[in-house]
Design a protein around this ligand. Structure first.
Ligand SMILES: Cc1cc2nc3c(=O)[nH]c(=O)nc-3n(C[C@H](O)[C@H](O)[C@H](O)COP(=O)(O)OP(=O)(O)OC[C@H]3O[C@@H](n4cnc5c(N)ncnc54)[C@H](O)[C@@H]3O)c2cc1C
Length: 505
């Protein structure tokens, strides 16, 4: 037992020495630097490729969140990390002009995500830029049968969430990484190929084995990049989105389907500031109006693909009229505000009525303030999140319907759990690419992600059918969620990022 431990520890030490040598190579070839430990790598024809502890493929919101989380932990903050992505946002400091209208790509982040971003140090950068907390949410149905209003007070919180532009989320986390001790190299390229060999013994190698030796003995994965570079890493993290190349190259299968729905997103303006998140379920899908600060809101409108391309190309005045109709009394009447305990007596005797939460009409839209963008929607889930030297995080592991704004929140929770597993591995002196260690991450995240996917898919399906008895059932669900305090609290807690399912725990 002791012998095994000593061998593992010494292999880690060897790795660290080689990493130092690699790091100085990277610095020699850097093309631009925005932080003391950051470099942009260029090919060096004389060496066999730089070696890293971790290669994060995909520098989107989740990939950078992983780097920021590693940078914030005592055991992982000195790791040597490669970030591989040709997204130009990674190569420059993003100064986001507050005077410009918000970008239409935004995310609703939950209180659990806000805590994570505070722990990594990213939240203070977000607070310096545009963001919009909201403490109320109203969800209703075009049939006029039901609605529910959530209030942060119901769970003794100040806020239900915060809406932040994706580029603000990404650049704030990047600022954290740039200002950290993490040894990071950004490769402005795409992953083309990945190779790894079965593990074999390290005996017979010199005190400091070469990168090629370690690769040949299965201790490193080799990544081939679109610019001709090769890099090596003990662990490759696929943070490369729903069409993940890492997932495909690792041979990890997915299950899922495409929804026959597209989402149109855009920024709109009101005559006064909006502080509530609104969502109305229409026959073809939900429309959400999310506050994004000043007098702006963000629209996420889901509908069938033909309707989506029509709405994307229609003139601005017609589009604004269609949005106002969709958020007001187009398709059906406003729900009536009921305040009678009797209407629910058939559901349960234990009902507490929140009489203050009456139905409200959302603020009218007066202007379109951005281009309209369209996204096809799908559900996809990786059968495995890890294999030897590979872990998937964010959309590469799971893609969900945006109706509850949970996608990137699940990804941030993945980044948090994976950095924790890596820190545990380092504390134990384990190879951080070992599948047994990575399985701890999978065991923490897979059930939670699957539960959320099932809930979101269930809601999507419930609203894709317009059928009398089902409409009545939906109305009953709305009434239950609105008037039964314990249920309402559990729904809010679940949507806020707590682990337990609201209905079954
Ligand atoms: C309309 C809409 C609204 C949404 N609203 C919300 C919301 O309110 N709240 C929420 O939580 N979620 C929301 N989501 C989901 C959220 O946007 C995604 O979950 C999130 O963007 C996933 O982040 P990611 O970093 O995992 O992947 P991505 O954002 O897809 O980033 C992947 C990165 O990998 C890079 N990459 C890809 N392939 C390669 C390669 N071969 N080599 C190197 N790099 C590569 C890309 O350049 C990119 O930078 C919404 C989604 C949609 C479509």
């Amino acid at each position: 037992m002791n012998r095994v431990l000593v061998r593992k520890l010494s292999s880690n030490v060897c790795g660290t020495k080689i990493l130092r040598r690699t790091c100085s190579t990277d610095v020699t070839h850097k093309v631009s630097t925005s932080g003391s430990n950051e470099s942009f790598a260029k090919r060096n024809p004389t060496d066999d490729g730089p070696q890293h502890d971790i290669a994060i493929v995909g520098g989107g919101m989740v990939g950078i969140a992983l780097a920021a989380s590693l940078a914030s932990k005592p055991l992982t903050k000195h790791l040597n990390v490669a970030i591989i992505d040709n997204n130009p946002l990674l190569g420059r400091k993003n100064i986001i002009e507050k005077g410009n209208p918000p970008d239409p790509r935004v995310s609703t982040v939950t209180p659990a995500t806000i805590s994570f971003l505070k722990a990594t140090g990213a939240w203070k950068y977000i607070e310096e830029q545009r963001h919009a907390y909201f403490d109320k949410m109203q969800v209703w149905d075009y049939t006029g049968f039901g609605y529910t209003r959530y209030n942060a007070n119901d769970v003794h919180q100040d806020v239900l969430g915060c809406v932040v532009e994706n580029k603000v989320l990404q650049s704030s986390q990047l600022s954290c990484v740039q200002e950290s001790d993490l040894q990071k190299t950004i490769y402005p390229a795409r992953l083309n190929a990945m190779d790894m060999l079965p593990s074999s013994s390290l005996t017979g190698l010199g005190e400091v084995p070469s990168t090629t030796d370690l690769f040949m003995r299965g201790r490193l994965a080799k990544l081939e990049l679109s610019d001709g570079n090769s890099v090596y890493a003990k662990l490759v993290v696929g943070a490369d989105g729903s069409k993940s190349q890492v997932r495909e190259l690792a041979g990890i299968k997915t299950t899922g389907w495409n929804y026959s729905q597209n989402a149109i997103i855009c920024t709109v303006e009101h005559t006064f500031e909006n502080y509530t998140a609104w969502q109305r379920f229409l026959p073809n899908g939900p429309i959400a109006l999310l506050p994004i600060g000043d007098k702006f809101s963000n629209i996420v409108w889901t509908m069938d693909p033909k309707e989506a391309s029509d709405r994307k190309s229609m003139n601005e005045d017609d589009f604004i009229k269609a949005v106002n109709d969709a958020l007001d009394s187009g398709y059906g009447p406003h729900p009536e505000t009921t305040s009678s305990r009797d209407s629910l007596s058939w559901l349960t005797g234990n009902v507490t009525i929140s009489t203050k939460e009456r139905f409200e009409t959302p603020p009218r839209v007066v202007k379109l303030s951005s281009e309209r963008m369209m996204f096809p929607l799908s559900l996809r889930h990786a059968k495995d999140y890890v294999s030897k030297r590979v872990a998937l995080v964010g959309d590469s592991a799971h893609t969900v319907h945006p109706l509850a704004g949970q996608g990137v929140n699940l990804g941030f929770a993945d980044a948090c759990a994976l950095s924790k597993a890596i820190a545990e591995g380092i504390a134990l002196g384990t190879d951080i690419g070992e599948a047994n260690l990575l399985k701890r991450y999978e065991a923490e995240r897979k059930p939670a992600n699957m539960a959320m996917m099932a809930v979101l898919d269930g809601i999507q399906k419930m609203y894709s059918v317009d059928f009398g008895p089902l409409n009545a059932l939906r109305a009953a669900a709305f009434h239950g969620a609105h008037y039964i305090s314990p249920l309402k609290k559990r729904i809010i807690s679940y949507a806020s990022g707590e682990q337990a399912l609201p209905l079954f725990s």
